[in-house]
Design a protein around this ligand. Structure first.
Ligand SMILES: [Zn+2]
Length: 576
């Protein structure tokens, strides 16, 4: 089916290549001049920028299906076959440059780039797709590098739009912004506040809205304030430029930072009491062309985890994890994109260990929770104490169990693998999408297959899904097309499905809190053999499934079917 102009326009909007205003102007011009919408829009959007994104997959509106922008434009005859081909060639040519930019921004290592480029040669896929497939970056990081600054965070707007598209009622007028503002006070009130008071109001309302991060992003004519709630960023406030300097200075004073320094990034931290509980705030500045950007991470003592049982695993997965943590040595990896709760899972595992009889040590960046009885060390890059130095220090302390916050380079990978073969249980994290890909990632770090095969005992891949808000949970019937897309087995389609309609408790998002979904792979004899013989990832996955592994998709589906989360959330988490 040939997409019509309206579909193309939606896709362009989604790719952030045109703004709503540009579109309105284009419609107006179309009416006045009778020119085609395509010609008008393509004057607004530079061919260079379109070219850059031709290979970028964008969910087409409402169907949720993902299509490459180029394919949509080509089918609608907005671009010619020659232009399309040229852009394809360009994508390969610029692939390496994109890779170097990612290395420069420390999103991937030089080694990971080499692995990806080698793989790219075989598959012919664009580099960015390869990097995602290998689990080295997620779409959010990628969109940042590509300059698609708002794609990832707007995904949640898309989620809401999809939600509304399935919902025949009127779209919601209010959202987290409105609700957070009701906590912050009316915008007029903010206007009359001093910078110091605004800072207090921002912190207070963020904590009360269950935000985990506060972002202050300088814009040309205001400072944008956003909260991250249940993993999603929401715009809550615009600060006028006249109070921005005072507010930023206040944050820096609180964080013990140098307020005269604007050109270098700085880190700081402070503690606040909000509603009788202690809140630990870590802040970091970054100089941008429009001024200083500030991010605050909110660590609440309430967030401390107790154990595996609270993670959201299914009983058979908990059993598997308990078996893994009881092993005397070997390597257990927790994998997933940034912000998927990997470290939390490792903490929960450590909490299961009998610290009285075992020496448990960690090297982290940073130490996020303090675990009683565990010797925790923090990476200090300024003084040259990185993961590898921490790892070596731990190995000299006769440890039983060690946790390495992240394995990013060859040296750390090799040292950790070797330690796990000599009587130490090693826990660590990797950025890969699913459990079987963890081996590929280690191979990418030049760890020989025979070492991986003997060291690795288990991998747990995970994602976080938002839970339907209990305050506004309602039963509903998802459209058959959605159930089709999610491959919901026929026998479950008549089941009850739930969603949140939005209430005060959830700031009108329909969700409250998150839970993990998991894929636990136990590396059995058959898998060890397969790893040793260099079998493909697909074969490893097949064997893991045969050995009883339940995929992330299935685990998420179970959470939809038991009413914990919504079908839309499944779509967002598993298919994006
Ligand atoms: Zn609610």
């Amino acid at each position: 089916m040939k997409p019509d102009d309206k579909g193309v326009v939606e896709v362009l909007k989604h790719a952030r290549l045109i703004t709503e205003q540009q579109l309105q102007r284009a419609y107006q011009a179309q009416e006045e001049s009778g020119e085609s919408l395509k010609d008008i829009l393509f004057r607004e959007v530079s061919w260079e920028s379109v070219k850059k994104f031709l290979n970028y997959e964008i969910p087409t509106p409402f169907s949720g299906e993902k299509r490459a922008l180029g394919a949509v434009l080509r089918e609608a005859e907005w671009i010619s076959q020659e232009q399309f081909d040229e852009a394809e060639r360009e994508a390969h040519r610029t692939g390496e440059e994109l890779g170097q930019r990612m290395v420069a921004r420390k999103l991937i290592s030089q080694q990971q780039l080499q692995t990806a480029l080698a793989q790219q040669k075989e598959t012919g896929l664009p580099l960015w797709r390869t990097l995602i497939n290998l689990g080295y970056v997620d779409t959010h990081q990628l969109s940042q590098v590509l300059g698609l600054a708002t794609v990832a965070q707007d995904r949640d707007v898309t989620g809401a739009e999809e939600h509304q598209a399935f919902d025949s009622r009127k779209p919601r007028k209010t959202g987290p912004a409105a609700a957070a503002q009701s906590i912050l006070g009316k915008p007029e009130l903010i206007k009359n506040m001093s910078g110091v008071d605004v800072v207090e109001a921002i912190i207070d309302s963020a904590v009360k809205s269950r935000a985990t991060d506060i972002h202050l992003d300088p814009q040309e004519d205001h400072m944008r304030v956003r909260y991250r709630i249940d993993g999603m960023l929401y715009d809550v406030l615009q600060l006028s430029l006249d109070i921005v300097p005072e507010a930023i200075s206040r944050f820096k004073v609180l964080g013990g930072m140098d307020i005269t320094q604007h050109r270098h990034s700085q880190d700081g931290h402070f503690v606040r009491m909000v509603d009788n509980s202690e809140i630990d705030l870590r802040l970091a500045t970054a100089p941008t062309v429009l001024g200083e950007k500030l991010v605050l991470r909110i660590l609440s003592e309430k967030n401390v985890l107790t154990g595996i049982a609270q993670l959201g695993m299914e009983p058979h997965q908990i059993d598997l994890m308990e078996q893994l943590i009881a092993k005397p040595y070997g390597m257990v990896l927790s994998t997933g994109p940034v912000g998927s709760g990997k470290t939390t899972t490792l903490y929960a595992l450590l909490n299961e260990v009998n610290i009285l009889t075992k020496n448990v040590m960690t090297i982290e960046d940073p130490v996020e929770y303090q675990c009683r009885g565990v010797n925790q060390m923090q990476v200090d890059s300024a003084s040259g104490f990185g993961f590898i130095e921490g790892l070596r220090a731990m190995l000299r302390q006769d440890p039983n169990i060690i946790m390495v916050g992240e394995i990013r380079d060859e040296e750390t990978a090799m040292t950790a693998v070797k330690a796990s073969m000599t009587g130490v249980l090693v826990l660590s994290t990797l950025h890969t999408n699913d459990a079987p890909s963890a081996t590929g990632s280690l191979i990418g770090l030049n760890v020989p297959r025979f070492l991986i095969s003997s060291a690795l005992i288990g991998v747990v891949a995970q994602r976080l899904v938002r839970k339907v808000c209990p305050g506004c949970k309602e039963e509903y019937t998802p459209p058959p097309s959605l159930l089709e897309q999610l491959s919901v087995p026929e026998e479950h389609r008549a089941k009850k499905f739930y969603r949140g309609t939005g209430c005060e408790k959830c700031l009108n998002t329909g969700y409250f809190g998150r839970t993990g979904v998991y894929e636990v792979m136990r590396v059995d004899e058959e898998l060890k053999e397969a790893i040793l013989h260099g079998e493909s990832q697909m074969e490893l996955k097949r064997l893991a499934l045969k050995g009883g592994m339940q995929t992330l998709a299935t685990s998420t589906l179970h959470k939809v079917l038991d009413g914990t989360t919504s079908a839309e959330e499944y779509l967002r988490v598993i298919f994006t």
